[in-house]
Design a binder for this molecule. Structure first.
Ligand code: PMV
Length: 299
């Protein structure tokens, strides 16, 4: 039996613009997915296409126990975390010698297959390595970890990343004179943010600007608007949607002392709050979590 875990992620800056080759900054977050894999001669039937493809790509069979602290379909990278943790646990349980980079690559191809080609490199990379990552096209650069204090607000409104990405693409095609400057402005905010990682007030302001620019691209949602403005009113330095938008989640950058107040404001509006910070570990081996937990058998 082998148990591995992998973290979720948020986009701090640059989502959607990254699709057009602009830089984006993503960060691994503390909530994790825990996966236990065990060799069995007669594994139960497959329930999830992600798990099925993990076993297929590794060419083995086994049973899986999953315990997730991450809500699914909320823009927090839960499917990537499940995939990375499952591949890592299979690698360990079956004594394969794949490296972290191999696991990251395989996780990306599993996500791409299950999501019909519409997966982003970001989620699987950040979940495998943890920390803070600058993404631009196919390149990924690790940035020095920062102890940003975040409150995540899940709108509980599910969204379809592929549809939102397509919508922005159409908008850009129809109105390049309008959309291109918006993408340029997102790029500018993303680049400037890296010079201000130690100035929470300015960084918060950049988040507010990034949120407004995403709304201008048409990927806002009334619930995101509500959670973002309530978080700011409750003392956040700044707040923005994170990920594809149209529902999903938002993040608020907060002074440590305001985190509980911001979380309560989010919950008072009907959102689900998660108080968190950076996760620097990426995928990691755990003690056998599955044996003594109430995790569900998923395969
Ligand atoms: O909502 P998420 O976590 O799937 O993030 C999507 C981010 C986009 O920039 C809109 C798409 C992408 O592949 O980077």
């Amino acid at each position: 039996m082998a148990t591995w875990s992998a973290p979720g992620k948020v986009f701090l800056f640059g989502e959607h613009a990254v699709v057009f080759g602009k830089p984006g900054i993503a960060m691994a977050i503390k909530p994790r997915v825990y996966v236990t894999v065990r060799k069995t001669r007669h594994p139960p039937r497959v329930r999830s296409p992600y798990l099925e493809n993990c076993f297929d790509i590794m060419g083995v069979n086994g049973s899986v126990y999953i315990h997730s602290q991450l809500p699914s379909s909320s823009g927090l990278g839960s499917s990537a975390a499940v995939t990375v943790a499952t591949l890592s646990a299979i690698n360990d349980e079956f004594d394969m010698n794949y490296t972290r980079a191999d696991i990251g690559d395989m996780a990306y191809s599993v996500e791409k297959k299950v999501q019909m080609g519409k997966a982003s490199l970001t989620d699987t990379h950040v979940s495998s390595y943890g920390g803070l990552v600058l993404i631009k096209g196919e390149t990924k650069r690790r940035l020095a970890p920062q102890s940003f204090q975040l409150v995540i607000g899940n709108t509980l409104v599910s969204h379809k990343t592929a549809k939102l990405v397509e919508m922005v693409g159409e908008f850009k095609k129809e109105e390049p004179l309008v959309v291109d400057p918006i993408l340029d402005a997102i790029e500018a905010v993303t680049i400037r943010s890296m010079y201000k990682f130690d100035d929470m007030k300015v960084l918060g302001r950049y988040m507010d600007i990034n949120h407004a620019l995403l709304e201008a691209l048409g990927v806002g949602h009334p619930m995101l608007t509500r959670l973002v403005s309530e978080a700011r009113a409750a003392g956040a330095y700044g707040a923005k949607m994170t990920g594809a938008g149209g529902g999903g989640s938002m993040i608020a950058l907060c002074p440590k002392r305001s985190k509980n107040k911001v979380a309560s404001a989010i919950e008072a509006c009907g959102g689900k709050a998660i108080i968190t910070t950076i996760d620097t570990d990426g995928a990691r081996k755990e003690r056998d979590y599955g044996r003594n937990s109430n995790s569900k058998i998923r395969r």
